[in-house]
Design a binder for this molecule. Structure first.
Ligand code: ADP
Length: 468
């Protein structure tokens, strides 16, 4: 099958979170299964653009209402990512330093979607499926189904994957003229709560909808930032497919970012060396258990509670634990996490910012990874932690529920039911006790490193979905 993935992120081109990891891996694994998957994404002003070679495959203009923007679509020449990569450059819109966060994000992603469809529209052949990821590509199913201009694309199956339903990309009806002409009787297919809502529109118009874990699909009927009833009514065409991880990128045996590589046999010495290196950099004590958090510092991840959770844990443990944080997001949380440095030097440290290499080093060097999420559609961190022999401490929610079983239930992780300072504190206490039982920890590490969360399974599940 020929599959076109449309996404705002794709690792290693541009990544903000798990969406980038998924779109950087899924097409590669689909190609390994003998299919022909490619990625079409916006061209940002990022190092990938000047470190690689491209050929121009399309030159045109895209209109948003009365304003026109020059479009150039570039193909990465070497196919080194394991799939064909196309970057849609729209001068004045996509060419920014960051992926998201601009006042005109609506215009940026809408122009990218229209330019992409204009390009596909003039191909001599038609792809077998268009796979849209999150709201930035959510108007594509509506446009292929309803815009006169894309009539010849209307028979191509469209699939929406919801990576995160919190973000929906709503905008006002005053921007309706940005869309290519369509029968206005169809406006209802764009609408949710008096606005144009790209995620809601994609849920209505896509031929199939998937979420990134089965539990998240269940939860969305109850809690989906206002889309609950819509998701419940479209449940019949929806499936939960658990994300995989890219074993080529996330492999402690070959990971060149680590101080020392290791495998199941050498996990003890390997983790010890990585922990020692990490502790030396962050002024921590390598003889104490190392708890970590990696992620966006936002409410969804329970990040607002982290300062209190860490303060309590460090105060109670009287210097017997280490905590290391890597993240960025809410400035208030960032400030409070940095402040803890003054209170617990030698046992606590925080790196505020985004650092891919450091994240690998932390997965390798840590003993425990905390994920007290309020919402977790799939979560990749816990799967990376498992692969690197780090025990996850997670709230039972979404994909965390689907991937981590508590040691009390014959499993390998530590689970808690609520995102609260008390619950996480209790869970850290259980982890501390477990840490004292070296033999049991060793058995768990060997077990979790061998769990199979590779993309092979999920890549096939997506193919089955397209075929449906
Ligand atoms: P989400 O997509 O909701 O942010 P996921 O668990 O699905 O959460 O994916 C998070 C991804 O982003 C992981 O690859 C994680 O290692 C990475 N990540 C998050 N924050 C940082 C950071 N500050 N530095 C490096 N990597 C980060």
């Amino acid at each position: 099958m020929e599959i076109i993935h449309l996404s705002a992120e794709c690792y290693p081109v541009a990544k903000v979170g798990g969406l980038g990891d998924v779109v950087g891996a899924l097409p590669k694994y689909q190609n390994k299964l003998g299919h022909f998957a490619k990625v079409v994404m916006p061209a940002y002003n990022i190092p990938f653009m000047w470190d690689n070679e491209f050929e121009v495959v399309y030159d045109a203009w895209v209109n948003l209402g009365r304003e026109g923007f020059p479009v150039r679509i570039l193909r990465e020449k070497t196919n080194k990512l394991g799939f064909d990569l196309y970057l849609v450059h729209i001068a004045g819109l996509t060419d920014r330093d960051k992926v998201y966060g601009y006042g005109d994000d609506t215009e940026r992603f809408l122009a990218y979607q229209i330019a992409t469809l204009d390009w596909i529209n003039q191909w001599e052949h038609r792809p077998d499926a268009i796979h849209c990821h999150d709201h930035h590509t959510g108007l594509v199913p509506f446009m292929t189904a309803n815009c006169e201009r894309y009539k010849s694309l209307s028979h191509i199956p469209t699939i929406l994957t919801i990576h995160n339903a919190q973000y929906q990309g709503q905008f006002g009806w005053n921007k309706i003229s940005y869309l290519p002409a369509f029968d206005l009787w169809k406006s209802g297919m764009l609408e949710w709560k008096n606005a144009i809502n790209p995620l809601a529109s994609a849920i209505k118009c896509a031929w199939r909808v998937t979420t990134v874990s089965p539990s998240y699909l269940d939860e969305l009927s109850v809690k989906a930032n206002g889309l609950e009833s819509l998701l419940a009514s479209e449940r019949g065409k929806s499936t939960g497919i658990l994300n995989g991880i890219d074993n080529d990128v996330w492999n402690p045996k070959t990971d060149s970012m680590l101080q020392k590589t290791y495998n199941v046999r050498t996990v003890e010495s390997g983790k010890k060396a990585n922990k020692a290196a990490l502790c030396a950099v962050f002024n921590l004590d390598p003889t104490k258990p190392l708890f970590t958090f990696i992620g966006r510092l936002v409410g969804e991840k329970g990040a607002d509670l982290l300062p209190d959770i860490f303060h309590n844990a460090l105060a109670h443990s009287r210097g017997n634990i280490n905590i290391l944080v890597l993240g960025s997001g809410d400035p208030v949380v960032e400030g409070r996490l940095l402040e803890l440095n003054n209170w617990f030097p030698g046992n606590y440290n925080a790196y505020i910012g985004y650092n891919e290499k450091l994240s690998h080093q932390i997965y390798a060097g840590a003993d425990f990874l905390l994920m007290p999420s309020r919402v977790e559609p799939c979560g990749l961190n816990q799967m990376y932690a498992l692969r690197y022999g780090t025990i996850p401490i997670v709230r039972r929610i979404g994909g965390l529920r689907d991937t981590v079983t508590d040691i009390g239930d014959g499993g390998f992780g530590i689970c808690h039911d609520q995102t609260s300072v008390w619950d996480v504190g209790q869970a850290m206490g259980r982890a501390y006790e477990l840490y004292q039982d070296k033999k049991r920890v060793k058995d768990i590490l060997k077990y979790i490193m061998q769990l199979d969360h590779s993309w092979d399974r999920a890549a096939q599940q997506y193919i089955d979905t397209y075929q449906m």
